[in-house]
Structure formats: structure tokens, C-alpha cells
Design a protein around this ligand. Structure first.
Ligand SMILES: *Cc1c(COP(=O)(O)O)cnc(C)c1O
Length: 393
């Protein structure tokens, strides 16, 4: 495999450890059992990991379904050769989207009654019923019809040219094992399913569980589960992280030191000079910034790993660069590996650590890794593919 330097590329990349992904998928399979289908959630470019790479790998392991949020995301998977069922879990925008989804054999969500005429017309044109999942809002206060609207929905859906393959809901608070909301939502969901059955609809797939519910509420697994974060090796609460959790982080954000220089006390670093050196300092410049998804909230508030040790980020994170204080790492030099998320030697910076410093959650940290950052898939440490959304010609 050629190096980034050989290719003339900036050496900043997201390492995607496919061995860890395999492990997490198998751990999920073991936890949910053989009778329950797994729908791997690969929206937002598989939480930044690279949707085509992730889906191809999981399909080989026998993953049953893939979940996306937009038609384009589903079409990208089809173009990548994914033949498994794909379900679009987001809002569907009018007849154009319904037709585009049908053309790529993407199952859509129905979250209101207004879309039924478009489904009906698209089905008439394609000459076969469209496979759809009905979304019930059981207390998230977001997309979906209320359980009480099910009978009215059924009246309009009958004869609309759809095949109801699934019914589903989303939990608002499943990350919190102690919250009574999940139980209440499940009850309403079961009520909606019964109401559907009374109207003659018996969708084989009934699904509700995201990562939090898979861990905390085994009674919500039903016939299919929809893990996102856990597949990528991150637990949905910071306390869950660490050895024994059973899931392995898949992504590591890495770069290399671009410049090392010494500065006298009193020197200032970065825009607005927000950091002042109190001592003789050595600083490393890293070719990565908020344009790549490294939050500016990490300015003077975060670490990177170099040679297995922590080096604090000093001054403001800028769009393409940041500065790390390596005064305590006298041997650090240009070209050294620097890790913003991931493990190096005995030290680790997890997605939760970065998220909490930046006032957010790992979901946002991961899918915020920008399109300028190539994704390098590895098996262990061996690079097996590099995918870039920007082409160097
Ligand atoms: C994103 C998403 C998921 C996955 O959630 P995680 O908490 O990452 O497991 C599941 N279901 C739906 C409808 C989603 O949009």
C-alpha cells in the first residue's frame, strides 16, 4: 500500500478498523440472538466511517438490513453493490423521492397520510407494490403518526399499492436504563401494532431498538434491531466505555506532525493569541483543524497523543491546523504519528472524551469528520483500502 506522501496527499486520515467492526457485529448478533434481524444503521456515511466500506463488510458477515436517512444514501449503497434490503428511516420528500427509492429498491418510511397518493402512483407505474415501513410516534414527538391515527391510516392505505413490510418507532430515552419512558413508548407501540392487525395489516418486521435499547431494554428487541453507535464500538453513555464493555472503537483520527519549533516564554499561539507560553516550549503543528471536523471547542481544551503520550492542544484550533505542546516530549519530531481520537501505546482518547470536551456526543463527533479526510480501512494495523471523497488528479 503506498503511503500518503507517495500519493502526494496530506497525511491526515480516519483509520477504520474492519476487524473491530466484525467483532462488534458478532457481539451484537450474540447479544440479540439468531431469531432477530439486524439492520445496520449506515446513515451519514456510516457515522463518518464510510458507508460503502462498512456495508460491504457487514453484508459479508450476514447483516440482514441496512438503514439510511436519505434516498441518496441508499442509492450509494446500491451503486457499491449492496443487494440486501435497505430501509430509508428519514422523511420522504414527495413523489420524486418515492420514485427514486423504488428505482433502487429502497424501502421507504411512511410517516403521514399525505404521501399515500404518491406511493400509489409510483406503484402503479412500476407495476408492483412498494415495500414500506410505517413509522409510529410513540412519544419522541418527532416523525410518525400517533397510535390513535392508525385506523384512519389503514383506511387510506388499503388499495394504495403498498406492501407493509414493517412498523417501527423511535425511543427518546433508551440510553437511560432507569427511564420509565421507554416502557411507556413500548406499550403504545404494541397498541399501534394491535390496531394495525385489527385492520388486517400484519407487517412481519416490528422494530424499535437503537443501541441504547439493545443494551438496556431486551424486551424491545422485537423482530429487528437498529444499532448504529454500538456497531462502531462506542457505548451510548460515557460510563459504559472502557474494558469489559465488549465493543471495540472502529475509528481513529490520525495525522502526522508537520512542523516542530522552539519558542521562548511569552510566545503566543494561534488566532487571537489565546495561549501564552510560560516556559521555554516546543510546539508541534498538526495538519488538521475544524475544516476536518476537529471542534474549535477543543481550543486550549483537549489533547492529542504523540509517541504514546498526551500533548495538550494550545491556542485556537484553526480550519486546517492546530498546535500541540510537546515540551514534555523531547524526542517528538516532524513526521511523528499524532492521534486525535484513538489509541497510541498505553494511552487512549475516546470519542466520548472528545465529545464531552466539545460539549456534544460521540454521534456528532464521528459524523462530523469531514470529507477532506480520507478513510483508510485496516485489518488490525494493515491498510486494505483508502477511500477519499476528494480526488487528486
Ligand atoms: C440513527 C438511528 C438509529 C441508530 O441509533 P444509535 O443510537 O446510533 O444506535 C436507530 N434508529 C433510527 C430510526 C435512527 O434514525
Amino acid at each position: 500500500m503506498p503511503t500518503f506522501a507517495d500519493l502526494g496527499l496530506r497525511p491526515t486520515w480516519l483509520q477504520v478498523d474492519l476487524t473491530a467492526l466484525d467483532h462488534n457485529f458478532r457481539a451484537l448478533r450474540e447479544r440479540t440472538g439468531p431469531g432477530i434481524k439486524i439492520c445496520a444503521i449506515v446513515k451519514a456515511d456510516a457515522y463518518g466511517h464510510g458507508a460503502a466500506t462498512v456495508a460491504r463488510r457487514l453484508e459479508k458477515l450476514g447483516c440482514d438490513y441496512f438503514g439510511v436517512a436519505m434516498v441518496e444514501e441508499g442509492s450509494e449503497l446500491r451503486a457499491a453493490g449492496i443487494g440486501s434490503p435497505i430501509v430509508l428511516l428519514g422523511a420522504v420528500w414527495g413523489e420524486g423521492a418515492v420514485r427514486a427509492a423504488a428505482a433502487d429498491d429502497i424501502e421507504i418510511s411512511i410517516h403521514n397520510r399525505d404521501i399515500l397518493p404518491a406511493v400509489s402512483r409510483a406503484a402503479a407505474d412500476t407495476g408492483r407494490p412498494l415495500r414500506v415501513h410505517l413509522k409510529i410516534d410513540t412519544g419522541m414527538g418527532r416523525l410518525g403518526i400517533a397510535a390513535a391515527e392508525v385506523p384512519a391510516w389503514c383506511r387510506e392505505a388499503r388499495g394504495a399499492g403498498l406492501e407493509l413490510v414493517g412498523v417501527y418507532t423511535t425511543f427518546s430515552s433508551a440510553d437511560d436504563a432507569g427511564s420509565p419512558r421507554t416502557g411507556r413508548q413500548l406499550e403504545r407501540f404494541v397498541g399501534a401494532i394491535e390496531s394495525l392487525e385489527r385492520c388486517g395489516f400484519r407487517p412481519p418486521l416490528r422494530h424499535a431498538a437503537n443501541s441504547g435499547a439493545i443494551l438496556n431494554f431486551p424486551e424491545t428487541l422485537l423482530t429487528l434491531v437498529r444499532p448504529g453507535l454500538l456497531l462502531y464500538g462506542i457505548e451510548p453513555t460515557p460510563e459504559g466505555q472502557g474494558p469489559g464493555g465488549g465493543f471495540r472503537p472502529v475509528a481513529s483520527l490520525r495525522t502526522r506532525v508537520a512542523q516542530v519549533a522552539a519558542y521562548p516564554p511569552g510566545s503566543r499561539f494561534g488566532y487571537s493569541g489565546t495561549f501564552e507560553a510560560r516556559r521555554e516550549s516546543r510546539m508541534a503543528v498538526l495538519p488538521v483543524g475544524y475544516g476536518d471536523g476537529v471542534s474549535r471547542l477543543l481550543s486550549n481544551n483537549g489533547d492529542v497523543l504523540i509517541r504514546g503520550r498526551r500533548a495538550p492542544i494550545v491556542g485556537r484550533v484553526s480550519m486546517d491546523l492546530l498546535v500541540a505542546d510537546i515540551s514534555d516530549l523531547p524526542r517528538a519530531e516532524v513526521g511523528d504519528l499524532a492521534t486525535l481520537i484513538g489509541r497510541d501505546g498505553g494511552e487512549e482518547i475516546g470519542a466520548w472524551e472528545v465529545a464531552e470536551r466539545a460539549g456534544t456526543i460521540p454521534w456528532e463527533v464521528l459524523c462530523g469528520v469531514g470529507c477532506r479526510v480520507p478513510r483508510a480501512a485496516t485489518e488490525g494495523e494493515k491498510v486494505v483500502s483508502i477511500v477519499s471523497r476528494l480526488e487528486r488528479r
